[in-house]
Design a protein around this ligand. Structure first.
Ligand code: ACM
Length: 527
């Protein structure tokens, strides 16, 4: 055993960021009970020292060697150091995951031994829809901590949709002034408007803070502005960007058809302004432009769009969809940023050679995308964690399912039957939480955990090789989630307060996941 506490000396051969990371880690450890000067003999004789050496191993890879007198960390870049310290904390008692704790015995005891590890996938992500329901910045920062604890390294924030625009724009302020709130919300297709205003947005400074906070924990923020569909909130603010003569409100419901904007140069210029503001605020090599589920039915009849189409020799509005995304992607490239799109973008040609395709409509489309592009796997089944977690009637109302812990554990991002060149194009995967029916942080916790633990294992190791062993380790890990204050779903079923009860959250019926899986594959060849 070695002992680590708040006075543990550290030495770093590497970047100043790793030095800062390590000092913050140590500062969070319990102080020894003994009085005495912080660096005096009473406090340093027992504690080991931590040495970190930065290596040029793959980002995220690391080694941790613990002896009685020292901890030696070899870190593949900053992410490797983050992951190594996560491992070190995992070797401590679960109480070490609390924000503050005074350990008996002068610190935390860590067993001696060696861990050498590296991630299978470089993109280990989580998408959070903050448009359908807004989550305050404090929730996002806490979510970052929880993701980092599971070695996720991407936080994809879905910042704009029909139900809300969630980021400040100083150049086009009606976006956040008008687009960021709605007077009411309906729960589901047959829902009654609740008459309660809902809204909120992140200032550009908030985004800068979230981005920096995430970076300091090894996580890259991927902001998404979903265009040219899903734009009712945008159009409520600036109706002239869409179908002439058609007013639009921020939607209060999930299903009633969202609107789309015009794919013409003035709209592209407007969005470039917005993206420029976001890129000035966020330190990221990726911006997601959406591209999914766009209503193009009115485009052919619009004179400005028709003129644009004939200028480019296009005969189908789908080509305009592709053209529009490529225009914005070209702009992002001037800032050294790669465009990410949902897989509809692949279908309409809305991709540049280095575009990352986020494949959500099942599995076959991911294979098609991997033939030409880098792919992030985000299939509805099994990565839409807003779906039910079991068939129990007590599960709270959701959009479908079930998608169980075991389903997630069985997921293979790059299936063995794919040829190597396609498997190599799979950057990784991510889970999504769409929040139409997720109004609170507690519901978010319930849906994310423990399924996120299974996906973390899949993305780190490639797959869950031994389910009973994973479940045994998960039962230990749940103690850490308890220490972190996570309102996860217990494996045996929801707590009474997590069920749907008898009111509006009561589950309306079984989720029919097999039909949903077929449906999502069936739509994957059309934009
Ligand atoms: C999506 O679910 N429309 C990406």
């Amino acid at each position: 055993m070695c002992l680590l506490n708040g006075h543990t000396p550290v030495e770093v051969t590497g970047s100043p960021e790793i030095d800062r990371l390590l000092r913050r880690f140590v500062a969070g450890l319990p102080l020894p009970a003994a009085d005495g000067p912080p660096s005096g003999p009473a406090n340093t004789t027992q504690t080991a020292r931590i040495f970190v050496t930065e290596t040029d191993d793959v980002p995220g890879a690391y080694g941790v060697e613990v002896t009685e007198s020292r901890v030696d960390i070899r870190a593949g870049g900053f992410e490797g150091a983050v992951n190594a310290l996560t491992t070190l904390r995992q070797l401590m008692p679960a109480q070490a995951w609390r924000r503050e704790w005074s350990a008996d015995g002068g610190g935390w005891a860590v067993p001696c031994g060696t861990v050498v590890d590296r991630p299978e996938y470089g993109w280990r992500g989580a998408m959070l829809d903050v448009a359908r329901h807004f989550f305050p910045k404090s929730t996002i920062l806490r979510y970052v901590d929880l993701l980092a604890a599971h070695r996720f390294n991407r936080l994809h924030l879905h910042l704009a949709d029909d139900q809300g625009w969630r980021v400040e724009s100083r150049r086009h302020p009606r976006l956040h002034q008008v687009g960021s709130w709605r007077p009411s919300t309906r729960l589901g297709p047959d829902g009654v408007a609740d008459g309660t205003p809902h809204g909120g947005y992140y200032t550009l400074d908030d985004l800068t803070e979230i981005s920096a906070y995430a970076r300091a924990r090894g996580i890259t923020l991927v902001p998404e502005i979903d265009v040219p569909g899903h734009t009712s909130a945008l159009r409520a603010a600036y109706p002239e960007l869409g179908r002439p003569g058609q007013e639009q409100a921020v939607l209060d419901t999930v299903w009633a058809g969202g609107s789309s904007i015009s794919p013409t140069p003035p709209v592209v210029a407007f969005l470039q302004d917005v993206l420029e503001e976001i890129l000035d605020a966020v330190d990221t090599p990726y911006v997601h432009l959406g591209g999914d589920e766009c209503d193009m039915s009115w485009w052919a009849d619009d004179a400005a769009i028709a003129a644009e189409m004939s200028e480019h020799g296009y005969t189908d509005v789908k080509q305009m969809h592709g053209h529009f995304l490529r225009s914005l992607g070209g702009f992002l490239a001037t800032r050294g940023v790669r465009m990410v799109v949902w897989d509809e973008g692949l279908v309409t040609g809305g991709v540049l050679p280095d575009t990352v395709v986020m494949a959500w409509r099942g599995h076959e489309v991911a294979g098609r995308a991997a033939a030409s592009h880098d792919v992030v796997r985000a299939p509805l089944f099994p990565t839409y964690f807003n779906f039910d977690q079991s068939d129990l009637p007590e599960e709270p109302r959701s959009e479908g399912g079930p998608i169980t812990l075991d389903d997630v554990a069985a997921f293979s991002p790059a299936p063995a039957e794919w040829p190597d060149d396609m498997r190599d194009r799979v950057l990784g995967g991510q889970f999504q939480i769409w929040t139409e029916w997720v109004p609170t942080e507690r519901r978010l916790d319930y849906l994310a955990f423990p399924r996120a633990c299974a996906l973390a294992e899949v993305l780190w190791r490639g797959r869950v090789t031994d389910l009973p062993d994973f479940e045994r380790r998960l039962s230990v890990h749940l103690e850490r989630l308890d220490a972190l204050g996570v309102d996860y779903r217990p494996p045996a079923g929801p707590h009474p307060w997590q069920t749907g009860g008898a009111g509006v959250w009561r589950r309306s019926g079984p989720g029919q996941i097999e039909e949903t899986k077929k449906w999502v594959e069936s739509i994957s060849r059309e934009p």
